[in-house]
Design a protein around this ligand. Structure first.
Ligand code: B12
Ligand code: SF4
Length: 501
């Protein structure tokens, strides 16, 4: 009897950009007596169904985007006589859907770190429950990853999570609702141990797969102090001190290491924090800019972000401290107009962001936006491939609409074309080459061009294009570019590396 862990994807690239961390965390949560789980990441290659046998236990992790393929795998596994278990954010939000469409025996809601062993035990005794409440596991209970099971030479970046949860409440994001608003921070010892293991194996690029690497801001501390809330102040201060402790220890790792994370732009007001990031070699951060106008920020409940000149100053502050920004922008907000596309690209360029992503507003389940949209769609009877629009993830990928929320001033195609245009302009060869001057040598500049092109092909063209020919071409190009990119990211293994104090 085997345990399988499967990360579904409808498109495989042969090489992956970032390791899907849940696979290796659940591998660690698998009792050793069960043997090593068989891990399949379909972003590398599709599942071979004949590997699943009667009596096996098949764990499938889904987010909204890959739920449909996940359900297909669930049905294949059940038909083969296996126990089918779903987990991940989408299964947490729609457990009954995984039962109905994914042929699940069981669904784990929330974190799998502790629940997974229980599920396996119950399945082997034939006493599997329909739902398991995995909950929000406290930091001490969060498992490390079994990197020894990772296939060699297949990923560019490994991912290590240092904190779960985010105190904010952005309208398009589900993290604060599913992972909670209280940051659950892993001890620096455990995080550093995992990173050292990865460097020993030849990974020098590590994504810190956090929702928000800056969970306590200077304003939070000032407010607690002004309220004379000593207990809250001490709690927040302890979280902040732990962040500095982690960064101090990252700084002691081999100096060829590079970290990337996700962070709110409030960190720009905290030079001490940015300097610590710089020393820790956190050389890149995804910053959720979302909108360049105050109205747009109001639309997404992100009043803590800046607009106008202050926005440009904040983004530049990161770069000033050696942290490259991947600016993330959303199009299709109610206050957006035709002029927003150009204005956004102009701000991205003026602010000197190194990479940018332009996404179209999508109502992801679990978000405030989704709840409002679902309510507004109550009387809508539109169905595509049998699925109502409010269950858009059940529509086959090639038939999925690109824009869901009606806009007061633009048609869905205006928004799609505007978004495509923003990618085209930001990633024109000329603009990429100009940005490539942020690195010194010609070799590094060429690498920068290659990576920019890969990013664009994988994320923009496959996500926005309406015709399948363009999607197909993009995936094809991405597969070509990804191989030399993988080589750029690999490093000599350092088996002798010790854990710094
Ligand atoms: C790192 C990350 C990425 C990375 C890397 C993805 C990768 N290869 O893993 C990148 C940058 C590529 C990325 C891209 C995107 N992401 Co993302 N990402 C994350 C992030 C920050 C961390 C994921 C992670 O590694 N967590 C650590 C692991 C250990 O936790 P976990 O995955 O939650 O797994 C635990 C449980 O869920 C459970 N579990 C999971 N699977 C299973 C399976 C079984 C059987 C069981 C029992 C339990 C179980 O147990 C695990 C351990 O506790 C999450 C936020 C988050 N908090 O999860 C968003 C998140 C998953 N991403 C999200 C989104 C929207 C996207 C994009 C669509 C963004 C965009 N607009 O382009 C793309 C989609 C890419 C794609 N096609 O898949 C959303 C998903 C929302 C949803 N409803 O699906 C999230 C939740 C963030 C958000 N703002 O809401 N992402
Ligand atoms: S978008 Fe970022 S800042 Fe906003 S709630 Fe989600 S993780 Fe937090």
């Amino acid at each position: 009897m085997h345990i399988h862990l499967i990360n579904p994807s409808h498109v495989s690239f042969g090489i992956g950009v970032i390791t899907p961390r849940w696979l290796y965390v659940l591998a660690d949560a698998t009792p050793r007596a069960m043997g090593d789980p068989l891990i399949v990441d379909e972003t590398l290659e599709p599942l071979e169904p004949s590997t699943i046998e009667a009596g096996d236990i098949v764990g499938i992790g889904i987010h909204t985007g890959n739920a449909l393929r996940g359900y297909e795998i669930g049905r294949i596994a059940r038909a083969a006589g296996a126990f089918v278990v779903f987990g991940g954010i989408h299964a947490t939000l729609f457990p009954e859907e995984a039962h109905e469409l994914g042929a699940a025996h069981a669904v784990v809601k929330g974190d799998g770190d502790l629940a997974w062993a229980q599920v396996i035990d119950d399945c082997t005794r034939g006493a599997c429950q329909k739902i398991y409440e995995g909950g929000r596991v406290e930091p001490e209970g969060l498992r490390p990853a079994r990197w020894d099971l990772m296939p060699p030479d297949r990923y560019m970046w490994a991912s290590v999570q240092t904190v779960r949860g985010c105190p904010k409440h952005c309208s398009f994001c589900s993290v604060w609702k599913t992972d909670g608003q209280r940051p659950r921070q892993r001890a620096s010892d455990i995080v550093v141990r995992e990173i050292v293991e990865l460097r020993r194996r030849g990974f020098r690029f590590i994504a810190l797969a956090d929702d928000n690497f800056y969970p306590v801001t200077l304003t939070d501390l000032q407010m607690a102090s002004r309220r004379n809330d000593l207990a809250q102040y001490e709690t927040l201060k302890a979280i902040r001190d732990e962040r500095f402790e982690l960064m101090r220890r990252l700084a002691d790792l081999p100096d060829d290491m590079v970290f990337f994370t996700q962070i709110t732009m409030e960190a720009a007001e905290d030079p001490e924090f940015l300097e610590a990031m710089n020393k820790a070699r956190i050389k890149g951060a995804l910053v959720g800019v979302e909108s360049v106008t105050p109205e747009g920020l109001k639309d997404v409940h992100k009043g803590f972000n800046a607009a106008g000149d202050q926005l440009i100053d904040r983004l530049r502050a990161f770069k000033h401290h050696g942290v490259h920004v991947l600016g993330s922008f959303i199009f299709g907000l109610p206050s957006d107009r035709q002029s927003t596309f150009d204005a956004t690209v102009a701000v991205a360029q003026q602010a000197g962001v190194t990479f940018a992503q332009f996404v179209m507003l999508t109502p992801f389940p679990g978000t405030t936006d989704f709840a409002a949209w679902e309510k507004s769609m109550e009387s809508d009877t539109t169905r595509i491939a049998g699925a109502p629009l409010t269950r858009h993830w059940l529509i086959p990928q090639e038939q999925r609409p690109k824009v869901y929320t009606p806009h007061p001033a633009m048609s869905p195609d205006d928004i799609r074309r505007g978004t495509q245009g923003a990618w085209d302009r930001f990633y024109s060869f000329r603009n990429i080459w100009e940005r490539a001057h942020c690195v010194q040598s010609l070799k590094s500049r060429l690498a920068f061009v290659l990576i920019s092109k890969l990013y664009r092909q994988m994320y923009a063209n496959t996500g926005i294009a309406t015709d399948s020919a363009r999607v197909g071409r993009s995936a094809h190009w991405a597969r070509w570019i990804i191989k030399p990119c993988r080589r750029l990211f690999s490093a000599r293994p350092m088996p002798e590396l010790t854990i710094p104090a």
